[in-house]
Design a protein around this ligand. Sequence first.
Ligand SMILES: *[C@@H]1O[C@H](CO)[C@@H](O)[C@H](O)[C@H]1NC(C)=O
Ligand SMILES: *[C@@H]1O[C@H](CO)[C@@H](O)[C@H](O)[C@H]1NC(C)=O
Ligand SMILES: *[C@@H]1O[C@H](CO)[C@@H](O)[C@H](O)[C@H]1NC(C)=O
Ligand SMILES: *[C@@H]1O[C@H](CO)[C@@H](O)[C@H](O)[C@H]1NC(C)=O
Ligand SMILES: *[C@@H]1O[C@H](CO)[C@@H](O)[C@H](O)[C@H]1NC(C)=O
Ligand SMILES: *[C@@H]1O[C@H](CO)[C@@H](O)[C@H](O)[C@H]1NC(C)=O
Ligand SMILES: *[C@@H]1O[C@H](CO)[C@@H](O)[C@H](O)[C@H]1NC(C)=O
Length: 412
Amino acid sequence: MNVYLVSIFILLLSTIHAQQMELIAGHVLFRHGDRTPISTYPTDPMKEKDWPNGYGQLTSTGIEQHHRLGQYIRTRYESILNATFDPREIVVRSTDYDRTLMSAQSNLIGLYPAMNVTSDKVPVQPIPIHTVPMSEDFLLGVNTCPRYDEIEQGVYQTDEFKRMNAYYKPFFEKLQVWTDISNITMYNAWDIADTIFVEHLYHKEPAWATEEVRNNLTAINQLSFHFLYLDDDTKRIRGGPFVQDVWSNMNQSKHGFAIPKLKMYSAHDTTVSAALAFLRINYPHQPQYASALFIDLYKQNQTYYVKVEYLNVTDSNKPQPYLLEGCPKVECPLDIFTAIYQPRFPGKVEVECGSKNKPPSDDGNNKIMIISLSVAVVTLTVIVIALFIYVYRRSHNSYMPLESADIAEPTV
Ligand SMILES: *[C@@H]1O[C@H](CO)[C@@H](O)[C@H](O)[C@H]1NC(C)=O
Ligand SMILES: *[C@@H]1O[C@H](CO)[C@@H](O)[C@H](O)[C@H]1NC(C)=O
Ligand SMILES: *[C@@H]1O[C@H](CO)[C@@H](O)[C@H](O)[C@H]1NC(C)=O
Ligand SMILES: *[C@@H]1O[C@H](CO)[C@@H](O)[C@H](O)[C@H]1NC(C)=O
Ligand SMILES: *[C@@H]1O[C@H](CO)[C@@H](O)[C@H](O)[C@H]1NC(C)=O
Ligand SMILES: *[C@@H]1O[C@H](CO)[C@@H](O)[C@H](O)[C@H]1NC(C)=O
Ligand SMILES: *[C@@H]1O[C@H](CO)[C@@H](O)[C@H](O)[C@H]1NC(C)=O
């Protein structure tokens, strides 16, 4: 080997070193771990009491999956995260479901293993997990949202949806006999598909759920996720708030503010799907248990970059990097990321979720309103007159006994 080659090699190495990207912050959105079924069908021999802790709960497998994911996240963010809890470094948010809260807890035990435990009094590091009521959780896509429901109803009217529904009609007819559920369509088959999926994992599936049947159910399940965020409005409503929150954190950093180095979001398959759809990198699938979407912020020579990766297989520890549409490379300059996604960010929840179906201004509705108003006016008048008579009589009848406050209501 000659000196010339060696010096080129050293030069190359030093260039790579000079241009190395520095990790600034990580954002992780994950699905909860393995859980029991959400619901059942009439012929199901497995009843709720047959599942540990009942329906929709994290299982011990789910706890372990998230503990391992937390360990992976520790190795991934080792360079930016202190081994001990520092409230300025980490922010954790979860939807208000038992299974997502417990997943976050299990994950954090993996992320912050108790150091130097000299007694077994409290062998974990407690880390705060924030949540809001489900009906208000716009950020993680589970809030009450009439506008979203309306758009979904529209999707069911599309030719593509109707075509798939027609294609599976013979299968749905068989499924109706097996499950004793009537009127199965693409719209509600997901429930059965998910329950059979879980039962099969636990070797509790009914005899009719053969491999061929389960393949059909899996295909139907994947299609349901495809239809869920087909429309740009649903992508924005359900996936936009999370990406916007992540972007705000990155924007703060770019403007020189101190930001949390790790933001974790514990949510659902639907949340992960919506975020992927908002980023325009979704594909027809149900995100697996403890799958995770990473949006990391890097800095190189004063320029900020965003890297999106999706760990799409449980326990694989192998996230796939994504080249975002409109970005020159996988490490997307933050300014370009902003130019692509900022125009698509959602507005306030009141605007995004308010029903677009304004009350029709036809006579029917007006009549109802006029009648209600008239009734109210008449009632008020009667009450006022009655009160007037009551007060008048009382002040003019000196023999009227004084009444105690709690029975002082005039009887009209
Ligand atoms: C981690 O936190 C401990 C305790 O607050 C502190 O002493 C230490 O300097 C921190 N380490 C780093 C790398 O920030
Ligand atoms: C445990 O404490 C000892 C002494 O303070 C220290 O040297 C060691 O690095 C600590 N171990 C871990 C895993 O933090
Ligand atoms: C799967 O669905 C197709 C389409 O409805 C149907 O033709 C086929 O028989 C189904 N497979 C099984 C095993 O039921
Ligand atoms: C099934 O759907 C049809 C048509 O929408 C409806 O008329 C019927 O009442 C439904 N049956 C049940 C049991 O829901
Ligand atoms: C980005 O951050 C700066 C600094 O905090 C702020 O002034 C600006 O409004 C932010 N941009 C948006 C669109 O929020
Ligand atoms: C970093 O940016 C400065 C100013 O834009 C430039 O002069 C320098 O060559 C850059 N260094 C690297 C390693 O890209
Ligand atoms: C995970 O992602 C890889 C790469 O995009 C893809 O080939 C694979 O099919 C995905 N697996 C699942 C289970 O979605």
